[in-house]
Write a protein that binds this ligand. Sequence first.
Ligand SMILES: Nc1ncnc2c1ncn2[C@@H]1O[C@H](COP(=O)(O)OP(=O)(O)OP(=O)(O)O)[C@@H](O)[C@H]1O
Ligand SMILES: Cc1ncc(COP(=O)(O)O)c(N)n1
Length: 266
Amino acid sequence: MTTAKALTIAGSDSGGGAGIQADLKTFQELKVYGMSVITAITAQNTLGVDGVYPMMLEAIEKQLECIAVDLQPDALKTGMLFNSEIIELVANKMEQYKWKNLVVDPVMIAKGGANLLQQEATESMKRKLLPLATVLTPNIPEAEELTGISIRNMEERKEAAKRLSAMGVNYVIIKGGHGDEKEAVDLLFDGSHFSSLVAERIPTKNTHGTGCTFSAAITAALANGYSINDAFQLGKDFIHQAIKNDLHIGSGHGPTNHWAYQESKR
Ligand SMILES: Nc1ncnc2c1ncn2[C@@H]1O[C@H](COP(=O)(O)OP(=O)(O)OP(=O)(O)O)[C@@H](O)[C@H]1O
Ligand SMILES: Cc1ncc(COP(=O)(O)O)c(N)n1
């Protein structure tokens, strides 16, 4: 029985709630062997981001090469990529290695407001990375930035999903955490049909790293051979338990509970 392997290509969150730390915790909880390529170091906690230090391109390239020669991922995700140079390096390496099952979480702004993607990098992400993505998981502000349309209702979410699909993404999931509905509604578009997953919106400020955790759970599911619909369901279930079972850590936007899903299965 082979062990599924998943790779996260993302930033480091010293606070442990988002970035590669959230991704590796999620992979582990879903019994997938997790590996990481660090794109940037951030000094952050639940109150916000105090420093962003992008890695040298050579350091990112070497990390990717070491994975490619020995540890082929069954699925992988991108999180914080920060600038065009890093996006283009990652996209070029993805094409060279022919890695499949890429989940792109288009991280742009941290919950506390810090920029995690330089404004000029949006075009590189659209042109170079989105065509390689199996799944794209924007939140509503990220979908607005990538499509240039404002999203105030479900119809506009559907229009944004169609436009993102037309950029070459196989499956688009527009997350509903930033929505104003009574429930947290996530919308999946497969290029022709829409489906959605709905859960109670939990009244909490402790949602640091929810998008990272959600996309990491989907990545782990794809690494384990799940269909996109089953991976979407697993991601939703995982993050819902993670938010619902609050750890009350830190005095700002606290992290989610990465072991809650497995505990809920017992
Ligand atoms: N308060 C909440 N209650 C229930 N589910 C939530 C809540 N907030 C977010 N979610 C769910 O969490 C997942 C991530 O969505 P969200 O919109 O928070 O992503 P995000 O903004 O990219 O997260 P982050 O930027 O913190 O990484 C989605 O499945 C969403 O429905
Ligand atoms: C390294 C890193 N990657 C992603 C996020 C987004 O998480 P959030 O939107 O919850 O701040 C973050 N804060 N830090």
